[in-house]
Design a protein around this ligand. Structure first.
Ligand SMILES: C[S@@+](CC[C@H](N)C(=O)[O-])C[C@H]1O[C@@H](n2cnc3c(N)ncnc32)[C@H](O)[C@@H]1O
Length: 338
């Protein structure tokens, strides 16, 4: 089994030679080295973030022999990088393998890496579970950087604000990031500080529904069916040139339900109304079981119903370090001129 694994890692690295050369000239030292689902080991991923190699297992833990084989392979391929293994095969994908105290401390040490000339912070381990930048979204950040020059950008479900910071670095005139997690926005603020940004980026800690409804001019009531909603920051109506929407699969709050399988339009409609006429709305859907074309049709109907028909659409596909066997990557990114 370790021999099979080593052969699969070698094939994956070989398949990325051209991509890695291009990324190096793009000032990018973060990429997926092994995408197990499509490269012979479902549930195993290996990512490079600058000086870190981050190995994650989602279905089963790696055996000690497999981990050893993996460490030997990457020590030879990328001498000097620090490899960490996070076993996330247990409940809620929580990291379950303890590290010796000294390694834990190294895992929690902040380090910088670079993507498309934008700097970001990374830690192999922190209070949350997911790494601070999702690498499959690089294609979208690349596109936003090309779109954002001189434009205003709204980044909703911002997490660590990768899209917003990249837009600001590229020359956006105004950037607003919205997320309800203070801890994620705090990393976003640190990411912004790490870059020499020409503008002051905004960070709004708010439920996405409350922010979108207010910015769209629909308004967010403070009471619903006689019950007072949790407090939320007040925002004046404002439309943006570019709106980026990257919700999680499912999340329920007092303000609404994020449900990418059954009700994308609940988010799409207010996001559309936050987009200037003639502007660009970019929507993501990372649920594998949602069919790309059915989803696009649903958004097309929803836009027409809202009186803001989609004039043009374009798919943004993850780059070659996220290969897919059937040409249907789970992460679907749709750019719409509205
Ligand atoms: C899929 S991640 C977004 C990834 C991000 N766009 C990026 O570039 O890496 C989902 C984010 O949505 C946030 N979130 C989930 N439900 C929310 C809600 N109702 N309002 C605001 N933020 C929410 C979470 O805190 C998390 O940061």
């Amino acid at each position: 089994m370790p021999a099979n694994l080593t052969a699969a890692l070698a094939r994956a690295l070989d398949a990325r030679r051209d991509l890695l050369a291009r990324l190096a000239s793009d000032h990018t030292d973060a990429f997926r080295l092994f995408h197990g689902t499509a490269e012979g080991h479902p549930g195993l991923t290996v990512d490079r973030y600058g000086s870190i190699i981050l190995v994650q297992s989602f279905h089963d833990p790696l055996s000690p022999a497999a981990l050893e084989a993996l460490e030997a392979f990457y020590a030879a391929a990328f001498p000097g990088l620090d490899l960490f293994y996070n076993d996330r095969s247990h409940a809620n994908s929580r990291i379950a393998n303890p590290l010796p105290p000294e390694r834990q401390q190294q895992a929690e040490t902040r380090r910088e890496f670079s993507e498309l000339g934008v700097k970001y912070w990374v830690q192999a381990r922190h209070a949350g579970q997911d790494p601070w930048l999702f690498l499959d979204l690089r294609a979208a950040r690349r596109r936003v950087m090309a779109e954002a020059v001189g434009k205003s950008v709204l980044n909703v479900f911002a997490y660590t604000c990768g899209v917003g910071v990249a837009a600001a670095k590229a020359g956006a005139s105004h950037v607003v990031n919205v997320d309800f997690a203070e801890s994620s926005l705090a990393v976003g603020k640190d990411n912004a500080r790490l870059n020499d940004l020409p503008i002051r980026v905004r960070f709004v800690k708010s439920d996405a529904f409350a922010a979108l409804r207010q910015l769209a001019g629909i308004g967010q009531p403070k009471m619903v069916r006689g019950k007072r909603l949790p407090p939320f920051p007040e925002l004046a109506p404002h439309q943006f040139d570019v709106v980026f929407l990257d919700p999680p699969r499912y999340a329920k709050s007092a303000f609404g339900v994020v449900d990418l399988i059954n009700d994308y339009p609940a988010l799409f409609k207010p996001a559309l109304l936050c987009t200037k006429p003639g502007g660009t709305l970019i929507c993501c859907n990372n649920v594998a079981q949602v069919d790309r074309d059915a989803w696009a049709e649903q958004l097309t109907r929803s836009a027409a119903k809202a009186g803001r028909p989609i004039r043009e659409m374009e798919w943004i596909t993850p780059e070659e370090d996220f290969p897919s066997l059937d040409g249907k990557p789970p992460l679907k990114i749709l750019l719409m001129r509205v």
